[in-house]
Design a protein around this ligand. Structure first.
Ligand SMILES: [Zn+2]
Length: 239
């Protein structure tokens, strides 16, 4: 079985798809799956891909699904210009997207969710695929795939709210995130019992005051308020 065998970030996937040759009869529908097993915790990147390839080859299949979407990114499996084998009667002219994990009891979350929604939206835009042409494996199978917790109502709502966002830098601790956020240093004030809040800090100071996070007593507090507020906005902007 020939597979592309490449791991792309969502940004790289968007670039890849923008110039990819989908052939003379490009896919005109998507079929969403979950792997069920391997679970999200089991996923081991290349090792899992090798295992899946061996599994499909063991069934005597010449192709499999097209994409495996996990926390580590989007794995290219069967080339998207070829029909895959993943959903019986839905195989012709469809792209099979496997979301890594078991979604019978919970919906997608974290980076898996970002990558899955991003990959689906990217392909819908590139191939002009409407919502009506997004299928679930269970539409043609007795399985629960892509998981009982995933409904079309949920997915379409998530897709309509989804926006491509520049990713925040990879940091490992909250301290590093906070350290990566800059805030201006206020001009020193002469008064000792009165804090002068510069115009650029009024919104942030109001935010921490309204939410009773801390009392702004000096210039350092103003700076902390601005940093806190910027951090809050950064977190809020992440899907
Ligand atoms: Zn499936």
């Amino acid at each position: 079985m020939d597979i592309v065998n490449r791991l792309l970030s969502l940004g790289e996937f968007r670039d890849y798809v923008s110039t990819y040759d989908f052939g003379s009869l490009p896919a005109n529908r998507l079929v969403i799956h979950h792997t069920w097993k391997p679970t999200r915790a089991d996923w081991a990147g290349q090792r899992s891909i090798n295992g899946l390839k061996a599994y499909y080859e063991g069934k005597g299949w010449g192709a499999g699904p097209h994409l495996f979407v996990a926390d580590d990114g989007i794995w290219l499996f069967t080339p998207m210009r070829k029909d895959g084998i993943h959903a019986g009667t839905l195989n012709p002219r469809s792209i099979g997207i496997e979301v890594v994990g078991d979604y019978d009891h919970e919906v997608w979350s974290g980076q898996t969710k970002v990558n899955a929604l991003g990959a689906i939206k990217t392909l819908m835009e590139r191939l002009g695929i409407p919502q009506a042409q997004i299928f679930f494996h269970r539409d043609v199978s007795p399985k629960t795939c892509p998981g009982s917790a995933i409904t079309k109502e949920w997915l379409f709502n998530e897709l309509s709210n989804y926006q491509f966002k520049p990713s925040i830098p990879r940091v490992s601790t909250l301290g590093e995130v906070v350290a990566s956020i800059s805030a201006p240093v206020p001009e020193p004030t002469s008064s000792t019992n009165y804090v002068h809040v510069p115009a650029w800090a009024t919104e942030a100071v109001k935010f921490v005051t309204d939410h009773q996070l801390f009392t702004v007593k000096n210039d350092e507090d103003i700076r902390d308020a601005v940093k806190f507020y910027r951090f809050y906005q950064l977190i809020k902007s992440q899907p």
